[in-house]
Design a protein around this ligand. Structure first.
Ligand SMILES: Nc1ncnc2c1ncn2[C@@H]1O[C@H](COP(=O)(O)OP(=O)(O)OP(=O)(O)O)[C@@H](O)[C@H]1O
Ligand SMILES: [Mg+2]
Length: 377
């Protein structure tokens, strides 16, 4: 458990100085790879870092000052983390609201519980997006197997059924055809844990776009350039509007669908660093992790513009499960390639163990290099 750090957020005379300056302690709820890389950026700028995670050997544990081993619904542990921190942030959505609220009694929690309350629950999130006037696809909540079957019949086209909470990396969701749904509504309902879910019309996608926005208290915001040119401006505007409406402090990734008819719809929100912006560490003036630190510490946000094209390739546990240890030496012989490992001890199929990144003179060159490095393993 943590030694209690002295709080350093400065209060000079009567005037409250809101910037949380280096030397202060950042508490992170969640010690996975996103927490680890945020912690590394924070340390680079001279912050102390402590994390809370159920796994005592979580990826962040190797790079932080202290680690609280507790579950994400342990509000007492969250309060302990916050008591020794000047600001608290998170790297995963699945933190209980009670933990966030308890932590907020001791230190600012950024993003705050009100944002997480909306984002954690697909029904609440979609209702919020809709009532705030943001474009989303057709959907229907379903609170029983019958409602689920009826919604699929009503849409009469392919649908995605997603559990209301707790899904990530495409888990907790099933694609169904209307012809098979009425017979198997009960099975589908059971397969998703017999819990409320949402039924979404499957949309004809041209492209998927994720836009990252960083926002600090007082509403300064910076949006990262999305990879897709045409719709860049529209996607950036939409992302800024959503972050403003949410009043979020920290990072927000907006996953969007560009449809074949040119419409841009919001898929879902993630109030944290995101796998699709790992390349920002190599490509941008300010990485998403440094930006997260600046935003939550109320420091001027960094420039998000591109320095050099970069690409990444996730390294899943499958790579370790072959006959040989991964040949990282061969991968690193390719120019511009860097290895990022998360220090997860047990490789499992589908588990994100690390990633490779590559820079190049063009986006194509970066992609080519990273794929070549991946193939060399
Ligand atoms: N309504 C839809 N129409 C078409 N494709 C969809 C739809 N919903 C989801 N998908 C596809 O499934 C993917 C995962 O969906 P979603 O982002 O909702 O789930 P998730 O569990 O949060 O996954 P992740 O953690 O990868 O974001 C999307 O990126 C998209 O490719
Ligand atoms: Mg998603």
């Amino acid at each position: 458990m943590a030694a209690r750090a002295t709080k350093r957020s400065a209060q000079y005379g009567a005037a409250f100085v809101s910037a949380i300056l280096p030397g202060a302690t950042i508490g992170i709820l969640g010690g996975g790879q996103l927490g680890r890389m945020t912690a590394m950026a924070a340390r680079s700028s001279g912050y102390r870092v402590q994390v809370l995670d159920p796994d005592r050997s979580c990826p962040a544990s190797f790079v932080v000052d202290s680690c609280f081993t507790a579950s994400f619904d342990d509000a007492h542990a969250a309060a302990d983390l916050a008591r020794g921190s000047d600001v608290v942030t998170l790297e995963i959505e699945q933190i209980s609201l009670a933990s966030l609220e308890e932590a907020a009694r001791h230190a600012p929690v950024r993003p705050e519980a009100a944002v997480l309350k909306i984002v954690q629950d697909r029904i609440r999130q979609k209702s919020w997006l809709q009532s705030s006037g943001f474009p989303i696809g057709e959907w229907s909540p379903a609170a029983s197997a019958q409602e689920l079957g009826a919604a699929v019949q009503r849409f009469a086209r392919d649908c995605f059924i997603k559990s209301r909470s707790g899904g990530y990396d495409g888990r907790s969701q099933i694609r169904v055809q209307p012809s098979s749904a009425s017979a198997s509504a009960d099975e589908l309902w059971k397969a998703l844990g017999s819990r409320p879910c949402v039924v979404e019309l499957a949309l004809p996608l041209e492209q998927e776009i994720s836009v990252l926005v960083a926002r600090r208290p007082g509403s300064e915001a910076v949006v990262y350039p999305p990879a897709l040119n045409h719709h860049e401006e529209q996607a950036s505007d939409l992302a800024l509007q959503i972050s403003q409406q949410l009043q979020i402090v920290g990072l927000l990734v907006i996953e969007m669908f560009l449809l074949k008819d040119g419409r841009l719809l919001v898929n879902e929100l993630a109030p944290r660093p995101h796998n699709s912006y790992h390349a920002s560490e190599r490509a941008c003036v300010t990485s998403q992790f440094e930006q997260a630190v600046r935003a939550i510490c109320d420091l001027p946000l960094g420039d998000a513009s591109l320095i050099k094209p970069a690409a990444i390739s996730n390294l899943l546990g499958d790579v370790w499960l072959g006959h040989h240890p991964p040949a990282f030496d061969r991968a690193l012989a390719i120019p511009g390639v860097r290895l990022h490992l998360y220090e997860k001890s047990v490789p499992r199929p589908g588990r994100k163990m690390g990633h490779l990144s590559a820079i190049g003179d063009t986006a194509q060159e970066a992609v080519h290099r990273v794929l070549k490095a991946r193939a060399a393993l």
